[in-house]
Every structure is written in structure tokens, then in C-alpha cells.
Design a protein around this ligand. Sequence first.
Ligand SMILES: O=C(O)CCC(=O)C(=O)O
Length: 268
Amino acid sequence: MNNTSKQVVVIDARNARPAANLLPRLWRGEIAALRIQNLVSSEACIHLSQRLSESTNVVDHADVQGLRVVGFSHFQAVRKPELMPQYLEDGQRSPGALRELASPYGSPFDSALGFLNTCWQAGCQLMALPSEGALAPFTVRIYNTGVGIDPHQDILSAESPQDPTSHALTMQFGANLYIAMPHNGGDLELFDTDYSLTNYKDLSEGPRTFSREKLGAPVLVRPAMSEMILFPSHRVHAVSPSQGKGLRVTISFFIGVVADDLPLRVWA
Ligand SMILES: O=C(O)CCC(=O)C(=O)O
């Protein structure tokens, strides 16, 4: 598989249905990232980001200093097993809670699922692992000035190495909906290093991050409010620190591919 592609494909969610080969091209590594613009209106993003910044459910991320989240991620829950019951319970409520916060606009997460259903013949469904149950569908991340995420990979089978469904995934994409962006920084960085080179198979070494100095120059993607960006999450990736005024707010999840005739699986 090619993990060095620099090609970023841009499509507009308001145009005709995307070509059926777009996700397979991302899957095969022919393209580095897929930007789906205009998935959510800017009015809806401004409204939701305001509501989220006032939310009393915002908590600290376990590993990334300064990062605030609404809803834990699976990674956080497996790193701190005492969070697992709350992770699972919150995940049952979060789609409805996001609809409520987004109202009178629609939920961006619902728009994302609708979009995925139009470009994958077998549709998509929320992920359940036999060993853990129904995973949370997304997490909201709020980045203040100076906050970014160090280079890392996201691989479900490394987080749940005993689970057969996690190993059945042939590909995992990171998916982020950008609800607010700071004036500067907050870029998505995609490096040329992938799973096979880092041998990331479980969490025994804790969170595996890599220093930027040891990696080559990344493909830089500056996300825009209102869009969703997909990229292979086994490729080492990072978020550069936010700079200047404005929060960076994302709705973040993963998409798993089992086979091309089976539904995509979505979780966070
Ligand atoms: O917010 C982004 O642009 C990427 C976030 C990230 O590192 C991830 O989804 O794993």
C-alpha cells in the first residue's frame, strides 16, 4: 500500500453524488486525504460552536494536554478503564444531545452519516465490538490557542487487541468535521510513516507519539469550517498547535472498512 501520496481530493457536498471509487482510492493510499466541502452550513457551525463552548459537559482529554472534549474516545476509555462505563453510556446519548445543541440546524454528525451512505453502496452503521458493546459514535474536541496533537496513529486493533471485530477491519479512516477553526495553525499534518513501519500492535507502551523532528515534511491540509476531511488513520498524522484568535472545534470519529460489500463502521 502506498502511504506517501500527497494528493488531496476536494469535492463539494452540494454537487452530484461522488464517484463510487473515492473511498477505495483513499483505502488503497492513492490519495492522502479527501475533503468534503460544504457539508454543513457556516451558520450551523457558528451556532453549534457557540453552544458547545458553553456546554457544561466539557472535560480534559486524558493524554493531550490542554485539549478539551465532550464525550470520551475509545482510546481514552481503554487507557483508563474506569472511564469505560461512562464512555459507553455517553455514546448512547451523544447523537441526540448533538441534535439538541445544533437545533434549529441539523446535526453535522447526521449529515456526515448521510453523506457516507451516498458514497458507499453497503451503507454505514455504528460500531459494536463483541467484547465491549456499542462504541460511542463521535467525540467533540475543543482546542484552545497553543493546543495541537503530536504525530500519532489510530488503530482500533491496537486499542482492543483481543477483539475479533477490531481485527476484521481492513482499513481505518480518521474523519473530522470542522465546526470552528482558529485564525492560524490547527493544520492537519499527514506524514509518510505508516503502521507497518511503527509496529503499533497494542497499548503496552502507552500512547505512541512521534517527534516531528524524526519525521519528514508532512502533507499539510488547512481545514476550513463546514467541511469534513477523511484520511487513513494508520498513516502518522498530527494537528499543529492553534494560533491566534478563535477555538478549533471538531466532531471527530473513525470509519472502519471491513470489505467493499459490507457496511462501513463508525465510532470514536
Ligand atoms: O482534527 C484533525 O484535523 C485531526 C485529528 C486527529 O489527529 C485524529 O483524528 O486522530
